[in-house]
Ligand binder design. Structure first.
Ligand code: EAX
Length: 349
C-alpha cells in the first residue's frame, strides 16, 4: 500500500528555496538517462537471487551501470532473478569479492583487472603505460577478438568472465604539490593498486609506491599514510579524494578496464536461458556504463577544478616526458606478458 506523508507548507517552501539555490550554485553533472530495456522476456525457470558487489561508490558511473543491469535482469526475468547491488566494497574489496565468487557466497563483481594479475597474468597487458591512445582503441580491443579471447582464458578459476566495462584513464593526485614532470615526484609516497607493473611505473618515475587495496585508500590519504594516489576523475570525485588531495595532474598514464565476473558455482546452477540473459544484460550495461563514464569524465574534472583542486593539464610534450621515462617498464614486462598479445593490441591503434 502506498502512503503519503504530509509536510507542513513552511518546510515545503524551505525545501524549494534550498533546491533552487543549490541548482544555481553548481550545475549537477548531466547523466545520460538509464535506457529502456531491450530484449524479450525470458520464460520462468525458477527463482534466483544475485548479489552484485563493486569497490567504487554509489556516486560513480559503475554503480549507475549496475542499476541498469538490475533493471534489465529483473524486467526480462519477470522478477524471477532478484538483483541486489552493493557498492563501496561493502562485501569486500576487489580481491575479496573475487574470492567470494570462488567460494560461491557472492554471485557477481566487476573489479579492475589490475589486482587480478597474480591469478591471471595476461591481464597485466592493460597495466602497461599509455597502451590505449584513445577510448576507441580500447573498445576495439576489448570488444573484439582479443578481448573475447582474454575473457575465455580468464574463465575457469571459480568464476566466468562475461564482459568488459570501464574504470578509465588514470590521473595522479597528491597532497603536497603540483606535478608536471617526473622530477616533481621524487620522494612522493603514491598508493598503487596491488599490481607489480603499477609499482614499477611509479618507482621508474622516481616516486615511492605503496600497494594497498582500494577499500583502505581514503583513510590512508586522510591520515597521510600515503601522499597520493591515481585513479580516473570519476573515481576521484565519487570517492571524494579531492577533499584530502589538493593537487592533481592529468597524466592519463593507464586505461583500466573493469571485468564483469560471475561465480562459477552460481553459473552452473543457472538454466541456459538465464545465463544468456545475464550475458546480454552485462553487454548492455557495459555500453551504457562507458557512455556515462565518458560523459562524466570531463564534467567532473571541471567540477573538481571549480571546487578548488589545483589541476595540472599536461601538454602533449609534458606527457611525452612521462612516456619516454616509462619505456623501460615496457621493455621489462613485454616478454612476460607475451610479445604476441602485445603486438596484436598495438596493431589496433
Ligand atoms: O574498484 O583500486 C583502484 O584504484 C581501482 O580504481 C578500484 O579497482 C576500483
Amino acid at each position: 500500500m502506498k502512503t503519503t506523508t504530509r509536510k507542513p507548507l513552511a518546510s515545503l517552501i524551505a525545501g524549494l528555496v534550498i533546491g533552487l539555490a543549490s541548482a544555481q550554485a553548481s550545475a549537477a553533472p548531466q547523466l545520460p538517462p538509464i535506457p529502456e530495456v531491450k530484449g524479450a522476456a525470458v520464460a520462468d525457470q525458477g527463482d534466483f537471487e544475485l548479489k552484485f558487489s563493486i569497490g567504487t561508490t554509489q556516486a560513480g558511473a559503475q554503480y549507475r551501470g549496475l542499476e541498469y543491469f538490475e533493471k534489465i535482469v529483473e524486467e526480462r526475468s519477470g522478477g524471477h532473478i532478484q538483483v541486489k547491488l552493493f557498492h563501496s566494497a561493502q562485501l569486500g574489496d576487489d580481491l575479496q569479492a573475487v574470492s567470494s565468487l570462488q567460494a560461491g557466497t557472492l554471485e557477481m563483481t566487476a573489479p579492475s583487472t589490475s589486482p587480478l594479475v597474480g591469478m591471471l597474468p595476461e591481464f597485466a597487458v592493460f597495466d602497461l603505460p599509455f597502451l590505449f591512445p584513445t577510448t576507441e582503441v580500447a573498445d576495439r580491443v576489448l570488444d573484439g577478438e582479443i578481448g573475447q579471447k582474454i575473457l575465455a582464458n580468464a574463465s575457469g578459476k571459480g568464476f566466468v568472465a562475461i564482459g568488459w566495462a570501464e574504470n578509465g584513464y588514470r590521473q595522479l593526485t597528491n597532497k603536497n604539490k603540483a606535478v608536471q614532470s617526473p622530477d616533481d615526484l621524487a620522494g612522493l609516497k603514491i598508493r598503487t593498486m596491488q599490481n607489480p607493473i603499477h609499482i614499477d611505473i611509479w618507482r621508474t618515475l622516481g616516486a615511492n609506491p605503496t600497494p594497498m587495496s582500494f577499500a583502505e585508500l581514503f583513510t590512508a590519504l586522510e591520515q597521510g599514510v600515503v601522499d597520493g594516489q591515481e585513479n580516473p576523475w570519476i573515481t576521484i570525485s565519487a570517492s571524494r579524494f579531492n577533499e584530502v588531495q589538493p593537487y592533481a595532474a592529468e597524466t592519463n598514464h593507464v586505461y583500466t578496464p573493469f571485468i564483469t565476473l560471475v561465480s562459477e558455482r552460481f553459473w552452473n546452477k543457472l538454466p541456459a536461458d538465464y545465463q544468456q540473459l545475464i550475458v546480454e544484460a552485462a553487454h548492455d550495461m557495459a555500453i551504457y556504463q562507458r557512455q556515462v563514464s565518458r560523459s562524466l569524465n570531463g564534467q567532473l574534472k571541471a567540477e573538481l577544478k571549480a571546487a578548488g583542486m589545483n589541476i595540472s593539464e599536461l601538454t602533449p610534450e609534458q606527457v611525452k616526458v612521462f612516456q619516454t621515462k616509462l619505456q623501460p617498464v615496457y621493455d621489462k614486462w613485454k616478454e612476460q606478458i607475451g610479445t604476441e598479445l602485445l603486438a596484436s593490441i598495438l596493431k589496433e591503434s
